[in-house]
Ligand binder design. Structure first.
Ligand code: ATP
Ligand code: MG
Length: 284
């Protein structure tokens, strides 16, 4: 098996002056090419974990900590954030807050300049990232004229242009409308499938993650309380209730059908799976 690209070992973190750990005894290993979903209720520690992975904790945000985090073998506490940015790309909730330039092209160039990528290589990298994300046509557009979904794709392209080994996205669709959400989710699935990009997607809505990722990690009060295939996680009714996880409606319906003895198969996670199971059930 390939060595983990993200390795979090016995990691505990307290924000300054806090008596309660934001992260407590976290162990997490993610291997190259994995697509991992991370969920949990508000305040569970999801954003804190992203800040730990991209080195903002402890390089910019202080606090008390124990344990170790390595990204592609580098200890994040001993690696400057700018260096880590070339290894682990971050995309945040609000596309407005993370875009700094006037045009799409300049936005991508900005990150590459910070990494001191030679000028002659920059154009090729920008073109490749725009192509990967499917927004080549937006290259010369002003960021102000783009939709929320398009802006979020620019933020993803800007991260991808740095050729990171891992992409971490902290609720990237929470500010988007349903269409923008669908577009960004489809893009992430494609980056993982076609380019083998390692992705950690943080998302409160399990209905988005369940049909998308093979592995779902649940955080609760700073601890990992589940790390398994979404179907296995959703089968734990007590956990689902305790964390207030939003189960996909089709999964909830089939759970009801299994409980009443009408259905015996695997719980479907997406509507099209549910439809197939229903057709089978009705002998169609
Ligand atoms: N800068 C900070 N200083 C002190 N405490 C903080 C700080 N940022 C977060 N916390 C606390 O750390 C805990 C984890 O917060 P975090 O933002 O990581 O949760 P989250 O899972 O991302 O929540 P949400 O779903 O609301 O984004 C919470 O109890 C929060 O109040
Ligand atoms: Mg958060």
């Amino acid at each position: 098996m390939l060595d983990p690209i993200i390795k979090v070992e016995d990691y505990t973190f307290y924000y300054p002056d806090s008596q309660v750990p934001a992260l407590a005894g976290i162990n997490l290993a993610v291997r190259p090419g994995e697509f991992v979903g991370l969920t949990g209720p508000t305040g569970a520690g999801k954003t804190t974990l992203t800040l730990v992975l991209n080195g903002i904790i402890p390089n910019f945000q202080g606090g008390r900590l124990a344990g170790r985090v390595t990204i592609a073998g580098r200890d994040t506490a001993a690696t400057p954030c700018a260096r880590l940015a070339g290894i682990i790309g971050s995309v945040f909730q609000d596309p407005e807050a993370q875009l700094v330039a006037e045009t799409v092209e300049d936005e991508l160039a900005f990150g590459l300049e910070n990494l001191a990528v030679p000028r002659e290589e920059m154009q090729a990298r920008i073109a490749a990232a725009l192509e990967m994300v499917g927004i080549t046509a937006l290259c010369h557009r002003s960021l102000r004229q783009l939709s929320g979904g398009q802006k979020q794709k620019v933020a993803i392209a800007a991260a991808v242009a740095l050729r990171p080994r891992v992409l971490v996205l902290d609720e990237p669709t929470s500010e988007l409308d349903p269409r923008g959400t669908m577009e960004v989710i489809a893009l992430l699935a494609r980056l993982n499938r076609e380019y083998g990009m390692t992705i950690l997607l943080i998302e409160q809505k399990v209905s988005i993650l369940a049909p998308l990722v093979p592995r779902l990690v649940c955080l609760h009060q700073g601890r990992i309380v589940a790390d398994a295939a979404p179907r296995q996680v959703l089968a734990q009714e007590k956990l689902v209730a305790e964390l207030g996880l939003e189960v996909p409606p089709v999964t909830a319906l089939f759970r009801l059908l299994s409980r009443t003895g009408v259905y015996h198969g695997d719980l479907p996670l997406a509507v099209d799976q549910g439809r197939r199971e229903l057709d089978r059930l009705l002998g169609m």
